[in-house]
Design a protein around this ligand. Structure first.
Ligand SMILES: Cc1cc2nc3c(=O)[nH]c(=O)nc-3n(C[C@H](O)[C@H](O)[C@H](O)COP(=O)(O)OP(=O)(O)OC[C@H]3O[C@@H](n4cnc5c(N)ncnc54)[C@H](O)[C@@H]3O)c2cc1C
Ligand SMILES: NC(=O)c1ccc[n+]([C@@H]2O[C@H](COP(=O)([O-])OP(=O)(O)OC[C@H]3O[C@@H](n4cnc5c(N)ncnc54)[C@H](OP(=O)(O)O)[C@@H]3O)[C@@H](O)[C@H]2O)c1
Ligand code: SF4
Ligand code: SF4
Length: 490
């Protein structure tokens, strides 16, 4: 009875360390771990001890006999990974904590951003004796995209906040919530009052399409819709008009699939989830019948991950169809499933998600409000080359990824859109972690090994005596922050 990793894996590798027979791969440090969509259990080596299921913070590992019907494809997916990457060595992984030569007692660190990267950073720091970590966030509530990004129909993934709650209950941890660094307090001020500042504010810019009509009402970043349905203070009161039959989503990543699922879900299935009440009320009155997801390249290049595609294909109440002039050749699990979807036909009376490949928008149409989008077929690089065709739509969402924006006080590589750093170190005393460090890709758990690397760089600088002594006491800096934000939380 092997255990199976299912779709809500967020790649933090807790299971890998827990497994007594080293049968979960890729493991941190192995080729492919950083880019892996998930981890996989080798069914031939698993001894059914269940340790991985206990260790997993999001309930993603189950005995194969406990899988729901829609999760059954994960059995073959876990097994097929080992056909390509046998990982023959089953020596249990020994995780030996690195011994630090110097005292960490009294080390005082500010972490900016209480998202997954900020919290994993705090956790890594608090493994060392006597360290104090103040975690700042501009919002009055922590957890970043784990709260305001993860879709409400993925409650298992949202369970990761229980892990974050355990992190924040450790001695030495304190929140400074409702404080925007750069506005209420500057990074330089933090730098003077702490030994080190770790910036982990994520990738807060949205990418644009650069086509006419993009600024029309009804054309918006998918992030706005996500923040609306997740009750983020920036957009929970945004007026979202769903009084039309079709929504077009541009982009072929997991965010595109998230918004397509939420817009076509039976609102009754979302009641009782973490969805914002206003969004649920609007979804109850929605007239949307079809969501078309446009991928500018082909099925093989689609950025959405296999676990999310399996979840989509298994939806009970929604027809998931595939169209566009793409060839579904090849034997990868993704193309095989897309080929199967391309053979499905719509059933009357059901909402539809249509995955349309090799198609790009060239112009968003409308006068005072979006009425449609002109699309064209593309060449293999995703550039529109075909005759334009009009798709009627009342809303166009761009789910084309995010951007790292410059941070005051840190260098910025304009061409690459990145903060230059080495292993998380920007300079002694200033560090980056998470999406701000790596760019806007990866799962919640990917930020764990990322944070560990950054903290190692910070502690190396501390050991080398490179971190200047902070001005004043911790109480002084907290009082300064409180004087600027008298109603702050934390
Ligand atoms: C829509 C969406 C859905 C996702 N769903 C999943 C999923 O289901 N499973 C999964 O594994 N991964 C998912 N991801 C990816 C995952 O959310 C990211 O890997 C992760 O959140 C990145 O963590 P981070 O801490 O770097 O950034 P963030 O999560 O963005 O956290 C940054 C924090 O910094 C704060 N901040 C910003 N500016 C300032 C400032 N000036 N001062 C103080 N604080 C500031 C923000 O308020 C925020 O709390 C999703 C991503 C998106 C965009
Ligand atoms: N459930 C989950 O685990 C989950 C949920 C949500 C997000 N996430 C993670 O969060 C990260 C970000 O996800 P994301 O979906 O925002 O970004 P993403 O994975 O980078 O996908 C962006 C998509 O937009 C397309 N695109 C970019 N510019 C475009 C343009 N000008 N015109 C048309 N299409 C364009 C890209 O196509 P090209 O490839 O052709 O550039 C790609 O398909 C990912 O790592 C994702 O896995 C995970
Ligand atoms: S059940 Fe035990 S042996 Fe099997 S993958 Fe999980 S930890 Fe490893
Ligand atoms: S979320 Fe973490 S512990 Fe759970 S299956 Fe994925 S890598 Fe393993």
């Amino acid at each position: 009875m092997p255990y199976v990793v299912t779709q809500s894996c967020c790649s933090d590798a807790s299971c890998v360390v827990a497994c007594p027979v080293n049968c979960i791969h890729p493991a941190p440090g192995e080729p492919g771990f950083a880019e892996a969509e998930m981890v996989y259990v080798d069914p031939r080596s698993c001894v059914d001890c269940g340790a991985c299921a206990t260790a997993c913070p999001v309930g993603a590992i189950k005995p194969h006999t406990s899988l729901a019907e829609a999760e059954l494809p994960f059995i073959a997916l876990n097994e097929s990974y080992y056909g390509d990457f046998p990982h023959a060595d089953r020596t249990p992984l020994a995780v030996v904590p690195r011994q630090r030569q110097r005292e960490t007692s009294g080390l005082r660190v500010a972490v900016v951003g209480a998202g997954p990267a900020g919290l994993y950073t705090a956790d890594e720091l608090l493994r060392h004796p006597g360290v104090t970590v103040d975690v700042y966030d501009r919002l009055p509530t922590p957890y970043g995209l784990a709260r305001s990004g993860v879709a409400p129909d993925h409650p298992d993934t949202r369970r990761v906040v229980d892990l974050f709650a355990a992190i924040e209950s450790q001695a030495g941890f304190a929140y400074q919530l409702g404080v925007e660094v750069g506005t209420d307090v500057t990074a330089d001020e933090l730098g003077r009052h702490y030994h080190a500042v770790v910036h982990a504010i994520g990738a807060i810019g949205d990418r644009s399409l650069g086509i006419p009509g993009e600024d029309l009402p009804g054309s918006l970043p998918a992030t706005t819709l996500v923040q609306w349905y997740n009750g983020h203070p920036d957009h929970r009161d945004t007026l979202v008009d769903l009084g039309h039959e079709r929504v077009v989503v541009v982009g072929n990543g997991n965010v595109a699939l998230d918004v397509a699922r939420v817009l076509t879900a039976d609102p009754a299935s979302l009641a009782g989830s973490d969805i914002a009440p206003g969004a649920l009320a609007t979804l109850r009155g929605s007239r949307v019948e079809e969501v078309v997801v446009l991928g500018r390249r082909g099925p093989t290049e689609a950025a959405f991950t296999m676990p999310e595609l399996i979840g989509l294909a298994g939806l009970r109440d929604v027809d998931v169809l595939v169209s566009g002039g793409a060839a579904f050749t090849g034997d990868s699990p993704k193309t095989a499933l897309l080929r199967e979807l391309s053979r499905r036909t719509p059933r009357p009376g059901r909402r539809r998600i249509v995955l349309r490949f090799r198609t790009a928008p060239v112009r968003i149409l409308g006068d005072e409000q979006v009425t449609g989008v002109e699309v064209a077929s593309t060449d293999e690089r995703g550039r529109p080359v075909g005759e334009p065709e009009t798709l009627g739509a009342g809303m166009v969402l761009r789910a084309v990824g995010h951007r790292v924006l410059p941070v005051s006080g840190l260098p910025y590589d304009d061409a690459a859109g990145r903060i230059p750093h080495e292993g998380g170190r920007v300079r002694a005393g200033a560090y980056v972690a998470g999406w701000l460090k790596r760019g806007p890709s990866g799962f919640i758990g990917t930020n764990k090994s990322c944070a560990a690397e950054t903290v190692a760089a910070l502690l190396d600088d501390h050991e080398a005596g490179l971190l200047p002594e902070p001005e004043g006491s911790l109480a002084d800096v907290r009082a300064m922050v409180r004087s600027r934000r008298p109603v702050l939380v934390g």
